[in-house]
Structure formats: structure tokens, C-alpha cells
Design a binder for this molecule. Structure first.
Ligand SMILES: [Zn+2]
Ligand SMILES: [Zn+2]
Length: 338
């Protein structure tokens, strides 16, 4: 038996209870976690916005830690290794999985949604989801290497084509994703990182993590144009409909907008004339691949990404943590100590 937070009913906070130990399968690794991250996706799961959620379930998908035991068929890992997991288990055989795009696997199972997740100390993870964690990466950085930092590498570099010398706009820069995205854009060679936030009190923190400028409020595009002259090469939309149109208008000719956030699940309208005439691209990006995770861990190992810890909660405080996330009370990432 072990303690875990369990989501039994949609629209209600998870409740901490004792759950049965699962059998370790031959392809699985038993991981001991020292903490996990809380993600806005967990809130959306609770609120019923995500499909294919199986109840009751242990929420959470930000898994990392030390290998305690390996199944008989595990090849790459042994007891004592430090590992971090994708937020899902890919099938390994489909057209996406066999071309390095396992984040698009249609058969994947996501932790905390279709299979039990991270809000507990001991988790079983199939080997196919795991990458090795380099020695100088802190546990906090390993925990966010799939869902936060790996996802941002995937969005900015792989999908957004961010190159050395580019100017970049990050919306929602005070959040758990945005505060790391600022650092990653810099680490990937952006010459100018403009950060957007609607929270005045977060501005100072955002500058501290490396943003060159902070903008916010209605029509922040004007400010972006003032700073850059003609707009940004890449915009990363971590919020969704509230900031989408200004992010789109902030692009220069040929600029790319990558959407990874959808906090209020509202549709947006898009001026197609501008899209065409400016030759802009808009793309969605989902989660990370093992390759983008490995890159994020490398940047963490080199000290180029420092985790922005908003607040550390205990497992029993999970409801409180959800409230703080929903009310945007934190600058940076929320963690649960296990
Ligand atoms: Zn997450
Ligand atoms: Zn697949």
C-alpha cells in the first residue's frame, strides 16, 4: 500500500488515500520520486476538459526519480539510475513512434488520465517512456523535463524553428511554463526575449529569469513592435484565447506562432488576410519527444535552465495547490513533495 492523491469525480479535488501496490511488469521500471510537478493540465483534467480520462485515477504526469527495481525485460536501466519519463507511454510501433514523433502517437496512454500518474512516491513506468538524467540536473529540473522544459524545446526549436539571433515573444511568461520558456528561448540563442504577463507583480521575477522586456495589458502588440521594429520571429502562446490575437499580430513577416496553451478552452478568430500576406505560420505543439526531453535535460545540466519553484506543497495540500494554480497566485512552477 502507498499514499496517493486520487481523482474519483470530475470537478472535485483529488483526495489522498491508500492505494494497492501494482505488480511490476517485465518491461517496467519502479521509480522512487522525491517530488512531482502540478500542471495546468491536471486542473483541466479535473474540470473534465480532457478526453479519455478514466476514473478513479491518480493524477499527475511529471515523473522522475531513482530506479528502485527493474522488470526482467528492461534493457537500458538498472537500480540506482536517475530517470525522467515522458508524460505518456507511446505504442512504439506506429508511423509516428517509428519516425521520432512519438508525441503524436494515437495509441499513447497518458499518465494521470488513462493510466495512474505521478501523485505518489512510487510509480511504475514502461522503459519506452524513460530517458536518463545527467548528473548535474537537480531533481526539480528532472521532474519538469518532459512536460515543461522538453515541451518548450519541442515547441520553440522543433516546431517553431527558433534559430540563433531570433526575436521571441512568450505569452503567460509568469506561469510554470512561461517562466522556463523565457530561459529556454535564451539558451537556444534568441537575441531578444519579450515576455508577456497580465500580472503586474510577476514582472520583476520574469526579468530576473532572463527576459529582455516585459509587456502586458491590452494591445501589447504595439509595445512589441516598438521594441523589435517589425515584430518577432517566433511567438510562443502558452495562454490561449486571451492573448492569441495580440501574439499573432506581433509576428513579423514570415514569423511563426506556436500554440501550446489553452487555459480557457475558448475558440479564437483569425484574420486570414494577414496570415496570407505576411506569410505567417501557426502551429500547435503537443508535449515532448524523448529527443526534446534529452535536449532540455542537457540545457539543465549546463546550468542554462534553472527551475522556477513557485511553491512546494505536501500531498495532503493538493486541493490548496490546485486553487493556487487556478487563481494564478504563483510565479513559476508548483511542486508536490513526496
Ligand atoms: Zn504537465
Ligand atoms: Zn505510436
Amino acid at each position: 500500500m502507498q499514499k496517493a492523491a486520487v481523482l474519483s469525480k470530475l470537478k472535485e479535488y483529488p483526495v489522498v488515500k491508500e492505494i494497492e501496490e501494482e505488480q511490476l511488469r517485465e518491461n517496467e521500471v519502479l521509480i522512487e520520486q522525491s517530488e512531482t510537478g502540478i500542471c495546468f493540465r491536471d486542473i483541466l483534467t479535473m474540470e473534465g476538459f480532457l478526453p479519455r480520462v478514466v476514473l478513479p485515477i491518480v493524477p499527475g504526469h511529471e515523473i522522475s526519480g531513482v530506479v528502485k527495481k527493474v522488470g526482467s525485460n528492461v534493457k537500458k536501466f538498472k537500480e540506482g539510475d536517475r530517470v525522467a519519463s515522458l508524460i505518456y507511454v507511446p505504442c512504439g510501433t506506429c508511423e509516428y513512434c517509428t519516425t521520432g514523433r512519438e508525441n503524436l502517437c494515437r495509441n499513447k496512454k497518458t499518465f494521470g488520465e488513462s493510466i495512474n500518474g505521478a501523485y505518489r512516491k512510487y510509480v511504475h513506468v514502461p522503459e519506452i517512456s524513460l530517458v536518463e538524467v545527467p548528473p548535474k540536473v537537480s531533481p526539480e529540473a528532472a521532474t519538469i523535463s518532459a512536460c515543461v522544459t522538453g515541451m518548450v524545446v519541442q515547441a520553440l526549436e522543433v516546431v517553431g524553428g527558433l534559430r540563433e539571433g531570433n526575436s521571441v515573444l512568450i505569452t503567460g511568461a509568469g506561469g510554470g511554463v512561461g517562466s522556463h520558456a523565457v530561459q529556454i528561448a535564451k539558451a537556444l540563442g534568441a537575441k531578444q526575449v519579450i515576455a508577456e504577463t497580465s500580472s503586474e507583480w510577476k514582472k520583476e521575477g520574469i526579468l530576473r529569469v532572463g527576459a529582455d522586456f516585459v509587456v502586458g495589458g491590452q494591445d501589447y502588440t504595439k509595445k512589441v513592435k516598438e521594441i523589435t521594429g517589425d515584430g518577432v520571429d517566433v511567438a510562443l502562446e502558452t495562454v490561449g484565447s486571451p492573448t492569441f490575437n495580440d501574439a499573432f499580430r506581433s509576428l513579423k513577416f514570415g514569423g511563426r506562432l506556436v500554440v501550446i496553451g489553452n487555459v480557457d478552452v475558448n475558440p479564437v478568430s483569425l484574420p486570414l488576410g494577414n496570415l496570407i500576406l505576411k506569410g505567417n505560420s501557426i502551429a500547435g505543439s503537443v508535449s515532448s519527444t524523448k529527443k526534446s526531453m534529452t535536449k532540455a535535460l542537457k540545457l539543465s545540466n549546463e546550468g542554462k535552465i534553472i527551475p522556477v519553484v513557485g511553491k512546494v506543497f505536501s500531498l495532503d495540500q493538493v486541493g490548496e495547490a490546485y486553487k493556487a494554480m487556478k487563481n494564478k497566485e504563483l510565479f513559476g512552477k508548483a511542486y508536490i513533495k513526496l
